[in-house]
Structure formats: structure tokens, C-alpha cells
Design a protein around this ligand. Structure first.
Ligand code: HEM
Length: 522
């Protein structure tokens, strides 16, 4: 064998090199493991990381499952390493309440991640690192605009809100579309049509605009979210191993393209709103954002004024967050309904009894439809299609469950673990809406329903939750009142989820039939 370098007193240079590599690795491991923590606190437990890649290999294709498994060994609070970066993983409902509610401010920031910097040029309300005064002002502005809009009455119909009017119209349109597809082909790709209808609801609310299901540009745009979700999912290696950011990857290339397309779509619409704004009338959420941002006092304690670009980015976030999540919820709902036809029948019996066939379901029917509500809760729990919240980051050193947690650590919040925790749920893997009903079945058990983790908790809790719940309820009840859904003859449906920011099921074509002749539209 040829010595690569010269030798030192009988030891070859190759042997010195190997010894150096060995000691470096040993040192790195010891350094990682020997953590100095303040007196009275414990260092974070967690699996031993490998040099350079950390625990990346243990994350597998389904990090929510791997990290749930690890929580059985290390508990509710533990640390992994992705690449060379430490990441805190939180599980357990009580622990999440401690962190996100009791120590809300400490856990309210977002980490500086490569993919997050690509969303809206790093200026996004949801993904940017800002968690200070400007973020608070933007969040409050967005929340107030959503709230005000959710309460605005319909101008065309009495006793319903404008949001309700938009959702009902789209749901009716969807039924006609499904019916036509069945007449023509006998089946349909429900996701493909749901996404356009749901996107139209958020477009109507945000921009006062609706698009045709045949508008290729719009259909193409709203069908891009799978790619977005794949890149922005918690634990994307490119966020933690810098070299991966420079390697060509289809996912990252698409992610950049998608962000550009969405940004230019909303930019044009918001610009148009600035040009045509009427100070005396608020047509939609964009109008509301523009008008309120021009008022001096956005925030009680500050005089933050938001630029036009900041408004464009809020609209971009509401639009993006507002249709992918709700479409995914509805799509999973239809999958569960065709896999469990007896559950579909029970919902329809409840609808027939409470609403009948003469009128359409309204939001005010919700309290009278406990089984339907229980189904929605169980769909959210069982699928947990948002397995982690958007990653958080700590704003200062802190202690949680006795463990020392440093400032600036990236935090993954495992919603999937909470929703499948055998300590919280009996038979967590069985699909059973009844678990959410009180004993006599006439109402929802509030304590059980509040255990479901879907929208996060605390300072970063989803601001679209109320609208999302309205949409899921109304779309589902309007569709199920009039249509019965089936899987195609003998087809076995694979209900496994594909990991992402929002997890999707595999695409299937379903079939359906009208339960009675189509109702006339109001
Ligand atoms: C079923 C539907 C939905 C689900 C499951 C969902 C879930 C979530 C989750 C888990 C978060 C992250 C919370 C965290 O980081 O701790 C979030 C954030 C957010 N959601 Fe939703 N969401 C839904 C619908 C909506 C809708 C309809 C809108 C807008 C109209 C919306 C707007 C937002 C925004 C802007 C944020 C970022 C909040 C922030 O960073 O401060 N979401 N959502």
C-alpha cells in the first residue's frame, strides 16, 4: 500500500489522519452531548446525533410518526439534531398548553429557515422571523378584518352572513358540477373541483372575485399547493443542511416558482384595489386591510404603519392558507364518508330530521346537528392532516417541564402525537365520531372536542379557524343533504397520508348520486 504522505517516527501519515478523524468525531459527539445547563434544570434528552447529518436518518418519510415514536422513549420534551442544528420537539397536550399558552411569548417566534425566507421574499405574516411590534400589528389587522368580514350580513338574503352566502353559492355550484361529471363520465376527481370551489370562497372574501372551474390559469395556480406543502413541511433537510440549498432539487425549484406565481397573482389584485378603493364602502377583506392600515393607530400600544407591500403579503398569506387547508379537510371528509358509508347515512338521517329537504343547511343549524359536528371533529383528529404547526422558535432562554431550553432553538409542535395519544383517546386509530358526543348523543362533549389539536394554540394559533370551521360545516352539510357519495365498484381506497405541511391522501375518483331531484337555487 502506498502511504499518501510521509511518516512520523514509525506512524504513517495515513494513520495520523485516521486518528484525527476519529478524535474529531468523538469530540463532536461529546461536545453535542455535554450540555451546560443552569442549576436546578435538566439538559434536554434525545437520541444520539451522527456528525453532520444529526438524526436526519431517523426522521424517515413520515417525521410525525418517527417523532411520535421517539416521544415514547424520551418524553414530551426532547431534542433532536437535523444536520448540525438542534431542534426541540414538543408533544403531549399538557406540555403544549404549558409552552404555547402559559409561556406564549417565549414560544411565539418563527425560526430563520431557508424555505421561510423564500415565501413572500421573507416578508410573510405566517413564516417570517418577525414576531415583534410589526408582526403583532399585522396579525391584529388581519384578525380584525377576518372577524369583521365574517360578521358582515348578506345583502341579498336575510338572516345569513356574506361568508355564508359565498360558501352556499359555491357548494351549490359544486353539486351541479359533480352531477354533470357523473352524467358524463360516471365518476370525478373530487379534489380537483373542491379546490377551485374553496379557493373561490377565499377569493370572494379577500378580493370580491370568483373564477370559473374552466379558467386554466386559476385551476393551475390553486393546484400547485401540494408542491408548496412538500417544501414548507417541518423538517425539510434543506432548512437544516445548508449545502442542500445549492443542490438542484425539483421540489425547491417548484417551490420558488410557486411563491413567485402566488406573489404576482395577489400583487396584481391588491394593486387594483388600491386604484379603485372607495373610502365609503368595504367590498372585501383587501379593502378592509387597506382602509384600516391607513388609520394611525393599528395597535393600542404603537403607531406602526404598514406599507403597501406588507398589505400585499397579508393578502397573499390569507389566500394561501385559506384554501389549501380547507380543501384538504373537505377532501379527507369525502374519503372517510365513502370508506364508512354507515357514518354517511347517519349524518344524512340527522340532516333529514333537522333540516328536511325544503331548505338548505345554515350556520345557525350547527348546534342541532351534533353527529355531523362529531364527524368533523373526528375527521380532524384522525387525519391530523396538519401534523405539525408551522415551526416555532424561542425568544429567550426558558425552562419547560424542568428542562432547560435555550433562546433561538427551532421548535416542532407535534399535533399528530396529541391526536393519537392513547392516554387521551380510547382506540386512537379507530374512526369513531361518537367519541365526541355526550352520553345521550344530543350535544358535543366540550372537554373532548377541546383536546383535538388542529389549529395550534396561543399567540400563533390559526387566525382563520372560525372561517375554516364554517366552510367545512357548510360545504359538507349542503353536499350531503343533496348527494350520496360512493367509492367506485370494488375499489380499495388507500387512506395513507403523504407527508407535508398539509398531508394529502392519494387522489381517487369517486362517484355519487343525487338523493332527490336537484333543489332550485334561491
Ligand atoms: C381546516 C383549515 C385550517 C387548518 C387546519 C389550519 C391550521 C393552521 C395551523 C396549524 C397554523 C399554525 C399555527 C402555529 O404555527 O402554531 C395556522 C396558521 C395560520 N393560518 Fe390556518 N388553518 C386552517 C385554515 C385557515 C384559513 C381559512 C385561513 C385564512 C382565512 C388561515 C390563516 C392562517 C394564518 C394567516 C396563519 C399564520 C398565523 C401566524 O403565524 O401568526 N388558516 N393554521
Amino acid at each position: 500500500m502506498i502511504n499518501l504522505l510521509s511518516s512520523f517516527g514509525g506512524i504513517s501519515a495515513t494513520e495520523v489522519f485516521i486518528a484525527w478523524v476519529f478524535f474529531s468525531i468523538f469530540f463532536l459527539i461529546i461536545k453535542t452531548y455535554k450540555k451546560n445547563v443552569p442549576k436546578g434544570t435538566m439538559p434536554l434528552p434525545g437520541p444520539m446525533p451522527l456528525p453532520l447529518i444529526g438524526n436526519l436518518l431517523s426522521l424517515s418519510k413520515n417525521p410525525h410518526l418517527s417523532l411520535t415514536k421517539m416521544s415514547e422513549t424520551y418524553g414530551d420534551v426532547f431534542q433532536i439534531q437535523i444536520g448540525t442544528k438542534p431542534v426541540l420537539v414538543l408533544s403531549g397536550l399538557e406540555t403544549l398548553r404549558q409552552a404555547l399558552l402559559k409561556q406564549g411569548d417565549v414560544f411565539s417566534a418563527r425560526p430563520d429557515l431557508f424555505t421561510f425566507r423564500l415565501v413572500a421574499d421573507g416578508q410573510s405574516l405566517s413564516f417570517s422571523q418577525d414576531s415583534g411590534e410589526v408582526w403583532r400589528a399585522r396579525r391584529r389587522l388581519a384578525q380584525n378584518s377576518l372577524k369583521a368580514f365574517a360578521k358582515s350580513p348578506s345583502l341579498a338574503f336575510s338572516n345569513i352572513t356574506l361568508v355564508e352566502e359565498h360558501i352556499s353559492k359555491e357548494a351549490e355550484y359544486l353539486i351541479r358540477q359533480f352531477n354533470q361529471l357523473i352524467e358524463e363520465n360516471g365518476e370525478f376527481d373530487h379534489y380537483r373541483y373542491l379546490v377551485v370551489s374553496v379557493a373561490n370562497v377565499i377569493c370572494a372574501m379577500c378580493f370580491g372575485k370568483r373564477y370559473s372551474h374552466d379558467d386554466q390559469e386559476f385551476v393551475g395556480l390553486v393546484n400547485l399547493t401540494d408542491e408548496f406543502g412538500a417544501a414548507a413541511a417541518s423538517g425539510n433537510p434543506a432548512d437544516f443542511i445548508p449545502i442542500l440549498q445549492y443542490l438542484p432539487s425539483r421540489t425547491m425549484k417548484n417551490f420558488i416558482e410557486i411563491n413567485k406565481k402566488f406573489a404576482s397573482f395577489t400583487q396584481n389584485i391588491v394593486q387594483e384595489h388600491y386604484r379603485t378603493i372607495d373610502k365609503n364602502a368595504i367590498r372585501d377583506i383587501t379593502d378592509s386591510l387597506i382602509q384600516h392600515s391607513e388609520e394611525q393607530k393599528l395597535d393600542e400600544n404603537s403607531n406602526v404603519k404598514l406599507s403597501k407591500q406588507k398589505i400585499v403579503n397579508i393578502v397573499n398569506d390569507l389566500f394561501g392558507a385559506g384554501f389549501d387547508t380547507v380543501t384538504t379537510a373537505l377532501s379527507w371528509s369525502l374519503m372517510y364518508l365513502v370508506v364508512y358509508p354507515d357514518i354517511q347515512e347517519k349524518i344524512q338521517k340527522e340532516l333529514d330530521k333537522v333540516i328536511g329537504r325544503e331548505r338548505r343547511p345554515k350556520l345557525s343549524d350547527r348546534a342541532q346537528l351534533p353527529y355531523t359536528e362529531a364527524f368533523i371533529l373526528e375527521m380532524l383528529r384522525h387525519s391530523t392532516f396538519v401534523p405539525f404547526t408551522i415551526p416555532h422558535c424561542t425568544t429567550s432562554d426558558t425552562v419547560l417541564n424542568g428542562y432547560f431550553i435555550p433562546k433561538g432553538i427551532c421548535v416542532l409542535i407535534n399535533q399528530w402525537q396529541v391526536n393519537h395519544d392513547p392516554q387521551l383517546w380510547k382506540d386512537p386509530f379507530s374512526f369513531c365520531p361518537e367519541r365526541f358526543l355526550n352520553e345521550d348523543g344530543s350535544s358535543i362533549n366540550k372537554i373532548e372536542s377541546e383536546k383535538v389539536m388542529t389549529f395550534g394554540l396561543g399567540k400563533r394559533r390559526c387566525i382563520g379557524e372560525a372561517i375554516a370551521r364554517m366552510e367545512v360545516f357548510l360545504f359538507l352539510t349542503i353536499m350531503l343533504q343533496q348527494m350520496q357519495f360512493f367509492r367506485q365498484d370494488g375499489e380499495k381506497l388507500d387512506m395513507s397520508a403523504q407527508y407535508g405541511l398539509t398531508m394529502k391522501h392519494k387522489r381517487f375518483h369517486l362517484t355519487a348520486k343525487l338523493r332527490f331531484p336537484m333543489m332550485a337555487t334561491d
